[in-house]
Design a protein around this ligand. Structure first.
Ligand SMILES: [Mn+2]
Length: 305
């Protein structure tokens, strides 16, 4: 089946492939990391997000921006197969550092959530400021503070970053869910001074509102902000392609709004979209949500230029 071509309906996939116009500088890197606690196919995540972009246009009708204005560069996907976790992390860190040196903003298509640790480290190196000056916002159902014994996995990137020297006071976690975390790891978060907004709190106040507040608070103290957008913060019905999604999560429109707010914030330099496992996705539901969060982030960035 050949794709319908319409010069009056530019596809987001074409924008990503062609490079856009001249405003700003956005780099996109695929990181097909697949070391989940739940065995799966997160390594197919980057290509699934790219495939979903074929079904999206570049026009943000809601706000009047066209992301085609943004200069984008697709840096392709890292090769990670047949390496141990430490070697993979080193490759991810180096690749994100290069991407962040060359681009004003970087979006990473995951890959499981384990990539957040080396990606943030690489981004921080590129920015030339110490970890202590980097803020981290996670949109995630989970604390991701599991113990590091047994090596890095998708359940311990935040624990790893604490270990690396990112102070807990630099971290805000939004979307934490009941029955998806443990008291022991909640205590680790409290002890480290990590701020949190639970799913219920975010729902009552509005996700976009709490994200904006968190970013402004981090921006007051830190030089640059990394956003880890774990798609499993979404409701299970809208994220069947995430092993960790549960009933009661955010709705896709809330995640999209939050992604726009992040893109529009002057200190948010880096975003990852993680935990998409296309092998359990249904009708591209999760992949399309990921693709649209990416486009919302790009539109937010466009709005701020
Ligand atoms: Mn996570």
């Amino acid at each position: 089946m050949s794709l319908h071509q319409d010069p009056h309906w530019p596809r987001a996939s074409e924008w990503l492939a062609d490079g856009g116009r001249e405003v700003g500088s956005l780099g996109v890197l695929g990181v097909p990391l697949n070391r989940s606690i739940t065995p799966g196919a997160c390594d197919e995540g980057p290509s699934a997000i790219r495939a979903a972009l074929v079904r999206c246009s570049t026009y943000d009708l809601e706000r009047g921006y066209d992301v085609r204005d943004v200069a984008v560069r697709d840096l392709g996907d890292l090769t990670l197969q047949a390496e141990d976790a430490e070697a993979e992390h080193a490759r991810i860190e180096a690749a994100v550092r290069l991407a962040a040196e060359a681009h004003d903003r970087v979006v990473v298509f995951g890959g499981d959530n384990g990539l957040t640790r080396p990606a943030l480290r690489g981004a921080a190196e590129a920015s030339g400021v110490p970890l202590a000056s980097i803020g981290l916002l996670t949109l995630d159902a989970h604390l991701d503070l599991r113990t590091l014994e047994g090596g890095p996995i998708n359940g311990n990137p935040i624990r790893g970053l604490l270990e690396d020297g990112l102070p807990g006071a630099n971290i805000v976690q939004i979307g934490l869910q009941s029955f998806a975390n443990s008291a022991a790891y909640r205590a680790v978060a409290m002890e480290a001074g990590i701020a949190s907004v639970t799913m219920g709190q975010a729902r009552r106040r509005g996700l976009a509102t709490v994200v904006k507040e968190a970013l402004d608070r981090l921006a007051a103290s830190f030089e640059a902000i990394y956003v880890d957008l774990d798609l499993d913060a979404m409701d299970r019905a809208f994220a069947p392609g995430c092993p960790g999604s549960r009933p009661g999560g955010f709705l896709p429109w809330e995640m999209r709004e939050a992604a726009f707010v992040c893109g529009a914030h002057p200190k948010v330099r880096w975003l990852d979209l993680v935990e998409l496992d296309p092998s359990t996705d249904i009708g591209q539901t999760t992949a399309l949500a990921a693709a649209m969060c990416f486009l919302e982030f790009a539109s937010g960035y466009r709005s701020a230029l």
